[in-house]
Design a protein around this ligand. Structure first.
Ligand SMILES: [Ca+2]
Ligand SMILES: [Ca+2]
Ligand SMILES: [Ca+2]
Length: 652
């Protein structure tokens, strides 16, 4: 785009308005000179009429989306025009490449919706539409983008990927010039305040791409980059004063946070990451916006949000009512329509204009930046038909583009209800590509901090029966909303290492959280969001504990990369007891055996060879960890498990 996102102003009538003001000045001068009072009076009346007419002149201040594409699966695109004096407006295009129709103006004349049909043959470039009312004309700047190359953008995420979550503000500061925007109070920009902005940005991530490549991750999930408010929230709650450094309180769905950089830097990051074989996942938040969003005081439609800032329900988070066919409508609507907090106005996706706006917004970010996936925040608090319509719209335009939904539940039945590929009791298939496996995450944390027997892992994995395809699950190691492993009660380095090895070897798509690979500590939010220590980006800057965890994580990522069976092989349970778990991942001729022994002494376990297609005489050799091997005889193998670690074997 080559016009300012926020500065698209109607200027066509400014000269005429100036002329009326000059006329008024002239009338005023005449009056004071007492010459020809009738003439002065007449001029005064003309001046009044003229100024009031021009005061009603339509103006356009913002266009969402500011650009679109020819030959897009969404055509016409529906624009939301922000402005004033838009009552009774007609919208026209002087260029036949665009055709406007279906205008809807809100009661206050502050927003206008219009369908814009883009001709198939329209060329990329700048275009203009016009808004005409009885009181004048304003122009709507619009741009047609050249489509990005689908061969190296919108690639989607598969089990071949390892996702790495980065909280943009807390990872790396690559540009000190954006750390203190003019409209931000000094206390908003303070690394000593855990709820302040700490200076991380998109340039910082670009600078650290070699670190991420070296670690071996193949996809970055970045916390939201929408523009958030630059001020400090001084509420009377325990979490105040705070700032929106985390990005979940959008004030503009179409702008990049000024502290993180700009759209050009974001596109540069996506391109440079792609060039290194690293994909980008955008964190989108369709459920709510920040309370400083201009819509809060001037919504485009009365039903744009569920309620108002002054009058709304708070979500009671009775999440089970979203799954249960027996829930009552009051509890059900509260969970869908209630505000996540008093400063997170809840978007009303049952209003078709809202749903349309959000679906186009998701597609606009994909089309403009080339992202490969979307992580959708708090997805269960939106209607399931909307999740389906959004998923369908994404896939229709970009068949491989992937979306994972955050359904933060430790109950597999609940998360399984939200993943796509099957129809719920409500008759809806959400078509959602993936959900996070919070149930398995929770079990793994419990197992590797010694709270439940190790066989609990196999016990939890039996609930994969609830999923149409469990390999589509995203297996988180941790995230920015959970305590870091090393700060959990009962945590140890050995436990952290087994937990990471489990996440990287079990079925599904692994997702790590920045800092876990160097064993960072951190309790609840915001302590789990400490700034990444910059020295640890270089091998020589890592302390021994950090190096041990980094090398281990990198080794398991490499093992996964080198063995297709670890990425997409069938998982077969071989052995489990209170202290150990052994499973195989089998794909074609390749079989990898992964074993975990939590006990503080080595042990030997016997596993069946027949069920994994291995014959007598075959040798199992360790691929990682201690060097050990064993031979299969009488349809069995006895393998040695070192104390308190994970190990992987391959059949030769
Ligand atoms: Ca910065
Ligand atoms: Ca901002
Ligand atoms: Ca909602």
């Amino acid at each position: 785009m080559n016009f300012s996102r926020k500065g698209a102003k109607a200027q066509s009538y400014s000269l005429d308005f100036d002329f009326s003001l000059r006329l008024c000045a002239f009338a005023g001068t005449n009056k004071t000179l007492h010459t020809k009072p009738k003439v002065a009076l007449a001029l005064g009346v003309i001046c009044f009429l003229s100024v009031s007419a021009f005061a009603q002149t339509p103006a356009v201040t913002k266009v969402d989306p500011p650009s679109w594409w020819a030959n897009h699966t969404i055509n016409p695109v529906r624009l939301l025009i922000w402005g004033k004096n838009l009552e009774g407006a007609r919208v026209t295009s002087s260029n036949p490449a665009l055709r406007a129709s279906r205008v809807l103006v809100n009661e206050r004349g502050s927003y206008l919706f219009v369908d814009v049909d883009v001709n198939r043959t329209a060329r990329p470039g700048d275009y203009q539409l016009h808004v005409d009312t009885m009181n004048g004309r304003a122009s709507i700047p619009f741009h047609l983008e050249a489509p990005l190359d689908a061969r190296n953008n919108f690639q989607g995420i598969t089990t071949d990927d390892v996702i790495y979550l980065i909280m943009i503000d807390r990872f790396a500061d690559g540009d000190a010039a954006n750390n203190a925007p003019k409209d931000s109070p000094p206390e908003a920009n303070d690394r000593n305040n855990p709820r302040g902005f700490h200076g991380g940005d998109l340039r910082g991530i670009i600078n650290q791409l070699p670190y991420l490549k070296d670690l071996g991750v193949t996809a970055l999930w970045l916390t939201p980059w929408y523009d958030n408010w630059n001020g400090v929230n001084r509420c009377d709650k325990p979490w105040c004063p705070n700032t929106y450094y985390h990005g979940y309180h959008a004030i503009d769905y179409y702008a990049v946070e000024d502290r993180f950089g700009d759209l050009a830097t974001l596109c540069e990051l996506v391109q440079k990451a792609h060039a290194l074989g690293i994909k980008i996942i955008q964190d989108q938040v369709a459920n709510h916006v920040g309370s400083q969003h201009p819509w809060v005081n001037d919504p485009p439609l009365p039903q744009w949000f569920h309620g108002t800032l002054a009058q709304h329900q708070l979500n009671k988070f009775r999440n089970s009512v979203l799954l249960s066919p027996h829930s009552n409508q009051i509890d059900f609507r509260n969970t869908l329509d209630g505000w996540f907090s008093d400063d997170l106005p809840d978007m009303n996706q049952e209003e078709p204009e809202v749903a349309r706006y959000e679906i186009q917004n998701a597609l606009w970010w994909a089309g403009v930046t080339g992202i490969d996936g979307i992580r959708q925040d708090t997805i269960q608090y939106m209607p399931r038909f909307f999740i389906r319509d959004l998923s369908n719209a994404l896939h229709r335009q970009y068949p491989k583009l992937w979306m994972v939904g955050e359904v933060f539940e430790r109950d597999a039945a609940h998360t399984a209800y939200f993943i796509g590929g099957h129809t719920g009791w409500d008759g809806i298939d959400t078509k959602l590509d993936s959900v996070f496996d919070f149930a398995l995450w929770n079990t793994s944390l419990q197992v590797f901090t010694n709270k439940v027997p190790v066989w609990s892992l196999a016990h939890q994995l039996k609930y994969d029966a609830l999923y149409p395809d469990p390999s589509k699950l995203t297996v988180l190691a941790n995230n920015h909303d959970t305590m870091r492993f090393m700060s959990l009660e009962g945590a140890s380095s050995a436990g952290a290492m087994m937990h990471i090895a489990f996440v990287l070897s079990v079925r599904g798509i692994p997702q790590l959280y920045a800092g876990e690979e160097i064993a960072m500590e951190g309790k609840e939010d915001p302590d789990n969001r400490r700034f990444f220590p910059g020295v640890a980006f270089r091998a020589e800057g890592r302390k021994p504990k950090e190096r041990e965890m980094f090398d281990w994580t990198r080794a398991w990522i490499r093992l996964r990369r080198e063995h297709a069976a670890l990425r997409s092989g069938r998982l077969i349970d071989l052995f489990y007891d209170d202290e150990s778990y052994v499973f195989a991942r089998r794909l074609g001729a390749e079989t990898i055996i992964v074993a975990f022994n939590r006990e503080n002494k080595p042990k030997e376990v016997t596993i069946p060879a027949g069920p994994i297609g291995l014959k007598d005489g075959v040798t199992l050799k360790s691929l990682i960890g201690e060097e050990t091997s064993s031979r299969i005889a009488n349809g069995e193998a006895t393998i040695a498990l070192p104390a308190q670690t994970a190990i992987a074997f391959k059949a030769f």
